[in-house]
Design a protein around this ligand. Structure first.
Ligand SMILES: *[C@@H]1O[C@H](CO)[C@@H](O)[C@H](O)[C@H]1NC(C)=O
Ligand SMILES: *[C@@H]1O[C@H](CO)[C@@H](O)[C@H](O)[C@H]1NC(C)=O
Length: 190
């Protein structure tokens, strides 16, 4: 089936004057991450993987906390100019906010912080072919004001990543593409 996927645009101006207020992460509260999210910023020690045509360059659309504690991500990414939908399930690990998934290698995904409302920051450790790569991602439910980006920069720094490792994921493309739905992606139930 062919469908029209809006691959991105998040070009609104900032809607809030708030500052980041992370709340403690507890397994029993993780259900609150469920909802629509947008990719705001990404960082990696291997920029190739999150830049144009990078295998880890994904745009989030929706996150669902499943009953068994796993997190289901609805992503969009570009394959040879087509915007493709993919759904992945990250299995819950023992630690609070820790998940694992096999996707372009083995991955450990950690929720670093969130307010369960405006923003969430993920850390991903990817192991592929004996090479370790770190990716950090900032997602927002709406455009975020600069104080959230400053905080993201600070978090990146604690993982050894500087401003040069960070890329803006908003206003990328900003148009729609005719896309073929990926065979990996079952039709979304909502
Ligand atoms: C949790 O549920 C999802 C969706 O039904 C499934 O894909 C996943 O394998 C389950 N995880 C575990 C650990 O059972
Ligand atoms: C994995 O490493 C081998 C040996 O260095 C190389 O030939 C192969 O292309 C690599 N595969 C990927 C996906 O990077």
């Amino acid at each position: 089936t062919t469908l029209l996927l809006l691959c991105l645009p998040l070009s609104l101006s900032w809607t809030q004057e708030s500052t980041p207020r992370p709340v403690p992460l507890r397994t029993h509260s993780m259900a609150r991450v469920s909802g629509y999210w947008y990719s705001i910023s990404m960082a990696s020690d291997d920029l190739k993987r999150i830049k144009e045509n990078g295998d880890l360059r994904v745009f989030v659309r929706h996150i669902e906390h499943l009953r068994n504690g796993s997190l289901k991500f609805d992503f969009r990414f570009m394959i040879q100019g087509d915007c493709v939908a993919v759904t992945v399930v990250c299995e819950k690990m023992k630690g609070d906010g820790e998940y694992s998934i096999v996707y372009n290698g083995k991955n450990k995904v950690t929720v670093l912080e969130t307010d369960f409302w405006l923003y969430i920051t993920f850390h991903l450790q990817n192991l592929r072919n004996g090479t370790k790569t770190q990716v950090l991602a900032l997602y927002g439910t709406s455009p975020l004001n600069p104080s959230y980006l400053d905080r993201f920069k600070m978090i990146c720094k604690t993982y050894g990543l500087s401003s040069e490792n960070i890329i803006d994921m908003t206003n990328q493309g900003g148009s729609s593409w005719n896309a073929v739905q990926s065979p990996l992606a079952p039709p979304m139930s909502h």
